[in-house]
Design a protein around this ligand. Structure first.
Ligand code: ADP
Length: 261
């Protein structure tokens, strides 16, 4: 059952009551489950022919099936790029449907987030060589651990860093910082990139939603990364929010419960 409450105000703006609507969402939930199962089934079915196509394409591109003209190579490289995009989308969709059905390993332990940030920064510094971005970390000397699933947290942090890098121009800085706030570990990933228009902010965590503006339109993506991040954070009883100013950057802030130690 879902309850929706709306305050009911008199002429002078004083609340004189509330209207509460209780709705039975069993059918909606069932529909959601069927949708999620369907997506997962399609993805599984699509994955193996796609892998086989990629392998065959690689054989041709490696010149093992005869020499290619420049034009043929150019076309096949574009096909390969699109196939890579599709493969990413399929595996992200699978991740998401696993998360939604609660199937993902939800084993939680005390996770040393400071260590995880350092590893992720080192990984992105080593693999993001194509862009000149500085990554910085600001954490207190002893940061208590979060109660989390290690692999899921790596996915959250890597997605947020990847986006910060992707949606920033050359020469920018991406800052990670963490603090303790009440019972929570609060961390944020801040960039000084293109930013997100106000009207898009509430939709960027939706599946497939991508901002369509001139700076970011050409940047490749699936619109699934933040939906995955949000599902993971929700499954940890945490929260995520974003603030952004177009032209000067965005900050994604995550709250995670602390581990009892
Ligand atoms: P993808 O990056 O694959 O499109 P995401 O779900 O990760 O998908 O992000 C959704 C959209 O939110 C992106 O398409 C982009 O428009 C916007 N976005 C996400 N992170 C940032 C960021 N750090 N700066 C600017 N825009 C961002």
């Amino acid at each position: 059952v879902r309850a929706t409450c709306v305050p009911f105000r008199g002429r002078n703006g004083v609340t004189i009551g509330t209207i509460t609507v209780l709705s039975d969402i069993t059918a909606l939930k069932e529909f959601d489950r069927i949708r999620s199962d369907f997506v997962s089934m399609v993805c599984h079915e699509v994955r193996s022919p796609m892998n086989s196509m990629m392998m065959q394409l690689k054989v041709v591109l490696d010149g093992l099936a005869g020499e290619l003209s420049g034009r043929q190579r150019e076309i096949l490289e574009r096909v390969s790029e699109k196939m890579n995009g599709l493969t990413t989308m399929v595996s992200e969709l699978l991740d998401l449907s696993r998360l939604e059905s609660g199937l993902i390993a939800s084993e939680k332990s005390a996770v040393n987030m400071a260590e995880l940030f350092r590893e992720q920064i080192a990984f992105h510094e080593a693999n993001g060589a194509r862009k000149e971005i500085t990554l910085t970390l600001d954490v207190p000397e002893s940061l208590p651990p979060a109660l989390a699933n290690q692999r899921s947290m790596e996915e959250v942090v890597t997605n947020l860093i990847t986006n910060a890098i992707k949606y920033s121009p050359e020469g920018s800085t991406v800052r990670l910082m963490a603090r303790i706030e009440n019972e929570y570990l609060r961390f944020s990933v801040r960039d000084n990139g293109y930013g997100i228009p106000e009207e898009d902010l509430k939709r960027i965590f939706d599946r497939f939603y991508r901002v369509n503006d001139e700076n970011t339109r050409a940047i490749v993506g699936t619109g699934l990364g933040l939906a995955i991040v949000k599902s993971i954070v929700d499954a940890h009883h945490g929260s995520i929010k974003v603030t952004s100013t177009p032209g000067s950057g965005s900050t994604f802030t995550v709250l995670l419960p602390l581990a009892d130690i």
